[in-house]
Every structure is written in C-alpha cells, then in structure tokens.
Design a protein around this ligand. Structure first.
Ligand code: AMP
Length: 406
C-alpha cells in the first residue's frame, strides 16, 4: 500500500517584524476550502519581556509549536511544500521558483532594491529549509506578475547608461494579489481564466487598496501597466506613503529643510499619504471623522479618491476598452464610500455603479455596477495566501518533488 499523496501547502509571509502563516489544503474540487491552521508571530526582534521573539528562527520555531499543538506539526507527512511570499524579484525572478542555494544567493543580490523586505524573506526561507530540508520550498515574488509590462511602460525617462547599471526601472508590487483578483474577476464575469482564447480581449483594471495601494491594467490575463515603480512608493495615495510626487520635492526638502536621505525616506514612506494628510491612516477612522464634519479627514479622502480616478482614466486610455474594474484589499473590499466616490463622474466611460449593490457587505466576489453598465464594477476579496499555495502546488506537482539529499 502506498501512502496518500501530500496535499497541504504551508504559506509563510515573513516580514521584518512578523511572520504570518497559513496551512492550506489543496485537495478537493475547490482547493483552499480547508485551511487547518493560520496565525501570526509578531514582535520579531523585540525583548521577550514585551512578548517578542529574538529572530526569524525563533519565530518559525514558534509557528512550528503552534502547528504541532493544533495537530499539524512541521514534520507532518501531509505537507507537500512550503510556499514563501517574496517581495522583490527584480528582473531575475519573473515566475515562482524552487529555492536552492543559488536562488538564495540571487535573492541576496536584490536586497538593495528592497532593503526592508527581502532580508526578512530570505531569513524566513533559510530557517524553513533548515527545519525541513527534504521539503520543496517555493518563492513567489510580488513583482512577478508585472514582468509582462512592455518596455515603454517599465522604463523611466532616464539615460539608460545611468538607469541600467543600478537596475532603476519600474517593477510593480502586489502582483500576487493583482494576478488572483484579475483571474477571479474574469471568472465572475463568465470568462474562463484557464483558457487563453476565452480570456483574450478581457480588459480589467484592478484597484488593490489596502494600507499599501496599487492599480494595474490587465489585458487577456497579462499585466500591461501598474502604478508602483522601482519601489512601492510610486502611484496611489496610501496609508502612510505619498505615492506620486514631483521628484524635485526631494531636492527641495534636502536644500531648504536640511533633511538627509533617511529622513526624507521615512517622511515619504511612513509619515505621508492619508496619515500625513490628516493624522490617520485607517479609512474607518477617516470615515468616522468625516461624519463629524472633520475637514482634514475630508481633504485626505478627496486627495485619495482623486488619485484613483486619475489612474482609472489613464488606464482606460492604456487599455482602450475596459470590461471590468475590480476593487480589492482592506479599503477596496470594505469601503462603499471610496468605491462610490472614485467611480463618480465616470459615466462617460461606461461606468455606472449601483448604489444599493455597492452598499451590501459580503465576503464573496460580487458585481456592484448597474445591470446596464458597459464596464462592470466588482468587489473581489483578495487571497494572496491561496494564490501562493496554488502557484507552489503547480510548480511542485501533485505528488511532490524528490529533492536530492541535503
Ligand atoms: P490591508 O492592507 O489590505 O489589510 O488593508 C488595511 C486597511 O484597510 C486599513 O488600514 C483600513 O484603512 C482599511 N479597512 C479595513 N477595514 C475597513 C472597513 N470596514 N472600512 C474601511 N476601511 C477598512
């Protein structure tokens, strides 16, 4: 008798100070329906007295303990693979990749492009490989879905002799979410995302509005434009990031305000966006303040929404015709007010929101435009963990890979 093939993927999202995990079962007609365990270990690098764990190795051991306590230890034979969220793949990683020493060395070389994120990803992968050297480990990159951008979209208008040696170009982020949401929106609207012929000509704008925010234009399943650039700072107004800015603002701050590079970096990444405009980065709080007549909160909301509309208009021009606009992530899925305000005035583009449908809350993908709307507007809850598990399973295969002995 042979043992049943393993069906579970452990998805790890290793950030600088936290480690999130989800154990996802990929068996059955709807893979991912069964998720036997999920959780988060926080305060990595903080003192134990404040509930911290010293490093990523200790964090992953804590995850192992939690999984074991739930009856799904890291040594379980049901485990098919570990799928890791990885932030910056540069131009080197445009698809999910089976991790080996060479891949880790290449990821190290990309650290200057994502100095906050990539070291944490690498640390998580190293520790997971030490704990289960026999198990395939797959890295799924946040930049990969945007690898199909044409050069006229990814290239900045800089002298290539300056830009290229420093890998300065637009990469885009949130790709795992944009991939998942664009396919789910296609399915919601009656297209088969697995059939390239059926998907051809399907044009969707995906608005990922979370604490970080980005928008992408996807034609026939391929991303052709996206708002984040070399780093996640470019594009939409975000919780704490400014998004688009005249680069001369940086020189001006340096010359006139005497700020150094690190101070400007912190200002633009951590103290700008909604938080910079009104002191709050949470759209729920901004909504409450607006209801009380708070003008700073109203202005922050207006700047946020105006930027979204500008991008929707621009991406409509890029795509030529838009079948659907899909909202996702914390704000996109939950804020009817942001959806309503950002779609207002787009009737000439064939966008007609249904205010009753838009106000209904729910967890399922749904259409919130009026029946006659030429462009459908949809809310599609994102599921980056399921997307990572799916890409990991697809790479590893149903029965798993035999790795050479470590
Ligand atoms: P994410 O990064 O996708 O987890 O999104 C987090 C953000 O979503 C928070 O900072 C809030 O601004 C926003 N958010 C979450 N729930 C709601 C809600 N019910 N209404 C409006 N915004 C929300």
């Amino acid at each position: 008798m042979t043992a049943a093939a393993p069906t579970r993927v452990l998805v790890l999202n290793s950030g600088s100070s936290s480690l999130k995990y989800q154990l996802i079962d990929m068996a059955g007609p709807v893979p991912g329906t069964d998720r036997p365990a999920r959780g988060i270990v926080e305060r990595i690098g903080e003192p134990r007295a404040r509930g911290g764990v010293p490093d990523h190795a200790a964090a992953l051991r804590a995850v192992g303990d939690e999984l074991a306590a739930a009856g799904h230890g890291l040594d379980s034979p049901d485990l098919l693979a570990i799928g890791h969220r990885a932030v910056h793949g540069g131009t080197r990683f445009t698809e999910p990749v089976l991790v080996d020493d060479g891949v880790l060395a290449e990821m190290e070389k990309l650290v200057p492009l994502a100095p906050l994120h990539n070291p944490a990803n690498i640390a998580g992968i190293r520790v997971a490989r030490e704990l289960r050297p026999d198990l395939p480990q797959v890295a799924v990159f946040d930049t990969a879905f945007h690898a199909t951008l044409p050069e006229h979209a990814w290239r900045y208008a800089l002298d290539p002799a300056v830009a290229d040696p420093y890998a300065i170009r637009r990469y885009g982020f949130h790709g795992t979410s944009h991939a998942y949401v664009s396919r789910t929106a296609a399915r919601l609207l009656g297209r088969d995302p697995a059939d390239p012929a059926d998907l051809a000509g399907f044009h969707v704008i995906v608005l990922h509005l979370g604490n970080g925010a980005s928008v992408s234009a996807v034609a026939g399943g391929r991303c052709v434009e996206t708002s984040m650039g070399m780093t996640p700072l470019e594009g939409l107004v975000m919780g704490t990031r400014s998004g688009d800015l005249d680069p001369a603002v940086v020189f001006h701050l340096a010359r006139e305000a005497g700020m150094d590079t690190d101070a400007i970096d912190t200002l633009l990444n951590k103290r700008s966006g909604l938080a910079g405009l009104c002191g709050d980065n949470d759209m729920r709080e901004i909504g409450r303040r607006m209801a009380e007549g708070d003008e700073r909160a109203r202005l922050a909301f207006d700047v946020y929404v105006h930027r979204i509309r500008k991008y929707v208009g621009a991406y409509t021009a890029v795509l030529g015709r838009v079948d659907a606009i899909a909202f996702t992530a914390g704000v996109g899925e939950n804020s009817a007010a942001v959806r309503e305000a950002s779609m207002r005035g787009l009737e000439a583009f064939g966008v007609e929101l249904d205010s009753v449908r838009n106000a209904v809350r729910g967890d399922a993908p749904r259409v919130v435009s009026a029946p006659g709307s030429r462009t459908a507007v949809a809310v599609v809850p994102t599921d980056e963990e399921l997307e990572i598990a799916t890409q990991t399973r697809d790479l590893v295969g149903e029965r798993g890979l035999s790795l050479p002995p470590p």
